[in-house]
Design a protein around this ligand. Structure first.
Ligand SMILES: *Cc1c(COP(=O)(O)O)cnc(C)c1O
Length: 500
């Protein structure tokens, strides 16, 4: 195990300190040296309207190429990533992303294809998209797919628009959407954006949704239930078949949040559980580097009854030729320009082909095994949120540390000193001081052991020196930051006067 980090000696924190690039360089310094050319320079003011000519750029950094490379390489080392450490961020599935996917997405025929290329000159790309749709339909047990939405949240919004269009077509959009208390915040947000009132369904003490609880809230005003399976506690909803039956008996639909597909693929299909519409988070389950705001892709999958409402355009095939079609009078229309984030779709397709059906099944099984391994190694010291065996992630609460005054946040910060990114904290909201760990299938037993050892060592520190924890981390370039200021008072433009 790594030696636990101690409080820093003099200067330790500033080793990698990196000023803004504008603070470097000197006037006239450039990153290239080209031979003098023999074509006379033209006066640009003669060729361009004066209003379009800029005299000088304020504070434009004038630096050498070496300075640029060092600057950005140093900055990149300030971040933790799945390329540098275990990144156990629950619900986010930060698995290792095979580099071969990047190569595929950069193939010039794919990367440089103009989105307005006529269909007959883009047959390969269209076929790739159609094949990806087919793979996702097979994996999920759904009948039709739209690859257009650009994120999980946008997939949810699209899915709920489909639900609304379906009910509207039958005479009324209905009023309410049922959502369990443990749901991801994007679920109620998506329902509300579609004009629905959100009604919360209570989860049982075992962390599961019961068909009886759902039945007691379901009536003719309910448009849909939004349910995540496995849920955000990492538990499989055992009554899912009875639950979806209840909704269908009332003419309502079932939206399944597919963000946790990494616990199902190759083993169980949402389409078989009664889901009418789901979203895929391709950047989670199907291996695209993500975080920091994107890009991602959140395709939706639907049962036949919802297919007429899917976004346009759709890919159609006629005699061996692929083309885009807008012929769908009931479609909700476009949700994204062109056809979504094409590069992400290429990565997902490459990943699925490289893994194959058996590979995807194995990935799911290993993801579940890894999460249960950590759960077992930690359960004697950290309090489990529920006693059930988990699926691909396990959730602890900070209950056993309450008396010491140490909080989940302190544990998360201290983990950085041990060289690990922190798990998701304070989510799901139904667990007090939640610590939500998703190791994913790509971690080895050695890494899992190092991570568990670190958490156990931190638990010992909580007993021995709780005050130390409240100041962690000690080894990062900056320590505790104001968590909300960047969101509340963002500074998006830098000027030299702010640099002091
Ligand atoms: C990540 C996640 C979402 C949202 O997906 P994005 O791609 O981040 O927009 C929704 N639900 C759950 C359960 C998630 O984990």
């Amino acid at each position: 195990m790594k030696t636990p980090a101690r409080p820093p000696g003099p200067g330790k924190r500033t080793v990698l300190n990196e000023p803004l690039i504008s603070a470097r360089g000197s006037v006239g310094r450039v990153g290239y040296a080209l031979p003098r050319d023999d074509i006379p320079e033209r006066d640009q003011a003669r060729d361009l309207p004066a209003a379009l000519c800029r005299e000088a750029l304020d504070d434009f950094p004038e630096v050498s190429e070496g300075e640029v490379v060092r600057h950005f390489t140093r900055l990149s080392q300030w971040n933790m990533s799945a390329a540098t450490t275990l990144y156990p961020l629950g619900s986010c599935t930060m698995k290792y992303n095979p580099v071969v996917n990047e190569y595929m997405a950069r193939l010039p025929g794919l990367a440089q294809l103009h989105p307005l290329t006529p269909d007959d000159q883009a047959q390969g790309a269209l076929m790739l998209l159609a094949e990806l749709e087919r793979c996702l339909a097979e994996i999920s047990g759904m009948d039709a797919i739209s690859l257009q939405p650009a994120a999980g949240a946008q997939g949810e919004l699209t899915g709920m628009k489909l639900v609304r269009a379906y009910h509207q077509d039958r005479g009324t959009p209905r009023k309410k959407v049922l959502i369990p208390a443990s749901a991801h915040g994007t679920n109620p947000a998506s329902a509300a954006l579609c004009g629905y009132d959100v009604a919360q369904v209570a989860t049982g003490a075992d962390g599961l949704l019961s068909a009886d609880a759902v039945a007691s809230c379901t009536d003719a005003e309910v448009a849909a239930l939004m349910v995540t399976n496995p849920n955000t506690l990492g538990l499989f909803e055992r009554e899912i078949l009875r639950i979806t039956d209840v909704l269908h008996a009332h003419g309502a639909l079932v939206y399944m949040d597919g963000a946790n597909l990494n616990a199902l693929m190759g083993v169980a299909k949402p389409g078989h559980m009664g889901a009418d519409v789901i979203q895929f988070n391709l950047h989670k389950t199907f291996s695209t580097p993500h975080g920091g705001g994107g890009p991602g892709a959140g395709p939706v999958g639907v049962k036949k009854i919802l297919e007429p409402y899917l976004p346009i355009p759709r890919i159609v095939r006629q005699n061996d030729t692929w083309s885009w079609s807008d012929a769908a009078p009931k479609s909700i229309g476009r949700v994204r320009s062109f056809y979504g984030n094409f590069g992400i779709l290429v990565r997902a397709y490459a990943y699925i082909l490289a893994m194959g059906g058996d590979g995807l099944t194995h990935a799911t099984r290993m993801a579940i095994l890894n999460a249960n391994y950590l759960r077992k190694r930690l359960e004697s010291v950290y309090t489990l949120a529920t006693q059930e065996p988990c699926m691909h992630e396990c959730v602890f609460s900070d209950r056993s540390f309450h008396q010491t005054g140490v909080k989940t946040l302190d544990i998360a910060k201290r983990l950085l000193d041990y060289g690990f990114y922190a798990p998701t904290i304070y989510f799901p909201l139904v667990v007090s001081g939640a610590l939500m760990i998703e190791p994913t299938e790509t971690e080895t037993k050695e890494t899992l052991d190092e991570f568990a050892d670190a958490l156990l060592a931190i638990a010992q520190e909580i007993t021995d020196q709780p005050d130390l924890l409240k100041q962690a981390p000690f080894t990062t370039p900056v320590s505790r930051l104001d968590e909300t200021r960047a969101a509340r008072r963002p500074v998006l433009r830098w000027s030299r006067s702010q640099d002091s």
